[in-house]
Design a protein around this ligand. Structure first.
Ligand code: ATP
Length: 298
């Protein structure tokens, strides 16, 4: 059997009492495993326990109960994190360094050797859209630019596992698109991803499974097919000149309708006969809504 990339069992974290504040139970015993080559999105509202989980995996804080392993090695051992890429929620980078220097340093720390290291790092910097500032101190960078450097640094070591805490926050729409594309490519190449987000939409294109965490409890772990596969109706969008029963015209002159799954093929045939061109067929509930329903949040 393959060793899971991440194996979390009954993980607990209670932050101790401070001054007048009572102890905070951030994780109430969560269990989750991520297989090599898999991408898992960890979704939850502010304060749900996502960052706490990641900090435990990264050895930045200690769990108060349960266990966590990376490729079979306990997170208590620093060697568990060799060859692992990590992008924290608010990356703190040595800001007197340039992106080129920082990437080179990361490669040395992870003992990654490539033929022409400078060229290799510049290539990664370029892919994150930072070529013009490759040799400028990070100190002068915006939040989004800093985030891009952190992502380049995590990816350039060719990690066997990539852990990202809110990787898209702070990025503009183009940055988001670029990063989703780069992460998809990493996954297609066999990489393993564990990433957090407040919203499922952000990680929809990347994740094979989604885990919903709520107040320190993992409420459900589901694949997109499990979420949308058993919906009883399907949304159909067409383009055509004539009205067809059950379809309504939208403002752009397209036709849209919810069709019971059992009638789909008959309805598509009727639409074709009426001269409609098929534009889209998809589950009528968005993944986000389906997920919220699955865990009883809506
Ligand atoms: N150092 C700390 N001391 C005390 N409580 C903490 C500490 N860090 C986090 N918490 C609490 O633990 C709970 C989980 O926080 P965590 O940062 O893991 O949530 P999150 O899901 O990452 O939230 P966000 O999306 O806002 O980053 C919250 O109630 C938070 O207030």
């Amino acid at each position: 059997m393959m060793v899971p990339a991440i194996a979390i069992e009954g993980l607990e974290k209670t932050y101790p009492r401070r001054w007048r504040s009572p102890p905070v139970v951030a994780l109430g015993g969560i269990s989750l495993s991520v297989e090599p080559g898999e991408a898992v999105g960890f979704i939850g509202a502010n304060g749900a326990g996502k960052t706490t989980t990641i900090k435990i995996l990264m050895g930045l804080i200690q769990a108060t109960g349960g266990s966590a392993r990376l490729f079979g090695t306990s997170v208590a051992l620093p060697s568990a994190r060799l060859g692992l890429g990590y992008v924290p929620e608010n990356p703190y980078l040595y800001d007197y360094l340039t992106p080129l220097e920082l990437l080179a340093m990361g490669m040395r720390l992870h003992q990654v050797k490539v033929h022409d290291a400078e060229r290799y790092c510049l290539d990664w910097i370029g892919r994150l859209g930072l070529a013009p500032v490759a040799k400028k101190a990070i100190r002068s960078f915006s939040k989004g630019m800093t985030q891009r450097v952190a992502i380049a640094q995590a990816l350039c070591i060719n990690p066997r596992l990539l852990i990202l805490d809110e990787p898209l926050s702070g990025l503009d729409p183009i940055g988001r698109r670029d990063v989703v594309e780069i992460l998809s490519e990493y996954k297609r190449g066999g990489g393993t991803l564990f990433l957090t987000s407040h919203v499922l939409h952000d990680v929809e294109r990347l994740a094979d499974r989604f885990g919903l965490i709520h107040e320190g409890v993992l409420r459900a772990v589901r694949s997109p097919a499990e979420l949308t596969g058993d919906q009883e109706s399907v949304l159909v969008r067409t383009f055509g000149q004539t009205a067809v029963d059950g379809m309504r015209e939208d403002f752009a002159g397209r036709w849209i309708g919810e069709v019971p799954r059992s009638e789909l093929w008959a309805r598509l045939a009727a639409l074709q006969q009426a001269g409609h061109v098929l534009l889209e067929v998809r589950p009528s509930l968005s993944l986000e809504v389906a997920f919220m329903r699955a865990v009883g949040q809506s």
